[in-house]
Design a protein around this ligand. Structure first.
Ligand SMILES: *Cc1c(COP(=O)(O)O)cnc(C)c1O
Length: 429
């Protein structure tokens, strides 16, 4: 494939944008080479600035669960835009999407819309602190909850891809209130709750991790956290920015039947526009301004275009719950295909999958937490990534990211992906 125009655009971008990108993972630092500039996308395909067509496995990192330029979403946005793009005043559509979200997600009565997953998680933690009157939080190494200060302690995703899991600029004062635990280690969480007795406001977790590749929660882990939270008066926050409206209508709470106290959303809930949200039962949500004392606000929060896109997306998912099983079946089919090809190679590998989230770690051992994810062979991943790209398959440009399938992918696309994998594996050997 030729990337002449992408290269030129990247050089130009680097002159005026740090690293040429507005979010670090896009820069390809983890895999080397030049990021691909997208001209447009439709369904399961990306069309880049050099005229290449790529099968897309990132779906804008999750939101395009029904494929790119999905007609009902596009039409909803166009129709809304004609009526004005922002008012800074209440609109009816905010109530419509709030009602729909709350009806789809278990254990929540009210929801507040913001502009990104970062904002959702940041606000959820502030709310948890305000509600419990406690300062400290427990987070898990390798989990990413956006780039708010409290979370940039052993964070996953771009933060680890770029080798700075603890960012300069985060003060010691902030860092000391974030207590780190290892994913899937319930015993350690119990110990930490004992050591920091009556100091912990909340435990925040990606209930299926997707920012160190895909890592499923071990059997009983989430329920174990739930029980520990209950016995210690700690709130459990499920960061469902990735998993919400992707694994099931009701996200992980429904998928694994475990109750969270606060749930955060992003990605799918905005249908590809900048939206985040957090939700909880009434007693907790009423702690928020203007009803309660915890402040949270946003000039563009509940923006009509964003709400129109999100509402169109959630309506499709709500009306067609078969999408979740269809997506999971496609992902399982991909899983089996990749497994078949890789098992005949000499490459050590682990494939993790939950629903429509999947990733490959080139690892000798099972990948169950950040330490095991970080031990995988990144050199092999680089070769694999570029090999697949050459075959017209766009994977996340880092092993510390989940792949996201979209329902526009056909079984033929997946067969082509597996055939590409077969070629690439031979090349690497
Ligand atoms: C993407 C992501 C975020 C951050 O969302 P942004 O919209 O990028 O701010 C937070 N948590 C999880 C689990 C995510 O995957």
């Amino acid at each position: 494939m030729i990337y002449k125009r992408s290269s030129a655009l990247f050089s130009e971008a680097q002159r005026v944008i740090p690293g040429g990108v507005n979010s670090p993972v896009r820069a390809f630092n983890a895999v080397g080479g030049t990021p691909i500039f997208v001209e447009k996308a439709k369904g399961a395909y990306l069309y880049d600035e050099d005229g290449n067509t790529l099968i897309d496995y990132i779906a804008s990192w999750g939101p395009m669960i029904l494929g790119h330029a999905y007609e009902p979403v596009v039409n909803a946005v166009i129709e809304k835009a004609r009526k004005g793009t922002s008012f800074g005043m209440p609109t009816e559509i905010e109530t419509t999407i709030a009602s729909l979200s709350v009806s789809m997600v278990p254990n929540v009565d009210k929801i507040r819309f913001v502009n990104s997953g970062t904002e959702a998680c940041m606000s959820a933690v502030r709310l948890a602190r305000g509600f419990t009157g406690k300062d400290k939080i427990i987070k898990f190494a390798g989990c990413y909850h956006g780039h708010s200060d409290s979370f940039l302690i052993q964070a996953g995703s771009g933060a680890v891809t770029h080798g700075t899991p603890n960012s300069p600029g985060v003060t010691q004062g902030t860092a000391k209130d974030t207590i780190l635990a290892s994913y899937n280690n319930l015993e350690q969480v119990a110990q930490l709750l004992e050591i920091h007795k009556n100091e912990i406001a909340c435990i925040i977790i990606e209930p299926v991790a997707g920012n160190m590749g895909c890592i499923p929660p071990a059997e009983g882990f989430l329920q174990g956290l739930r029980d520990l939270c209950d016995s210690n008066g700690v709130l459990l926050i499920f960061d469902e920015v990735m998993t919400g409206f992707r694994l099931a209508k009701g996200g992980v709470q429904e998928f694994y039947n475990v109750r969270a106290d606060i749930v955060t959303f992003g990605k799918v809930i905005g249908g590809g526009l900048p939206v985040g949200a957090f939700a909880a039962r009434e007693e907790i949500m009423n702690f928020l301004a203007p009803v309660g004392p915890v402040y949270q606000a946003g000039t563009l929060s509940g923006n009509p275009l964003a709400m129109a896109a999100g509402l169109a997306m959630l309506t499709q998912l709500n009306d067609n719950p078969g999408i979740f099983t269809s997506l999971a079946s496609k992902t399982e089919y991909l899983h089996r295909g990749l497994d078949k090809v890789l098992s005949t190679s000499k490459l050590p590998y682990t494939i993790n999958r939950v629903g429509s989230m999947i990733s490959i770690h080139f690892s000798e051992t099972p990948v169950t937490n950040f330490t095991t994810a970080a031990h995988a062979n990144n050199e092999t991943f680089k070769q694999f990534f570029h090999g697949m790209l050459n075959q017209g398959v766009y994977l996340p440009p880092s092993a510390f990211e989940s792949w996201f399938l979209n329902d526009a992918l056909t079984y033929q696309d997946i067969d082509n992906t597996v055939a590409a994998c077969e070629k690439v594996v031979q090349e690497i050997a």
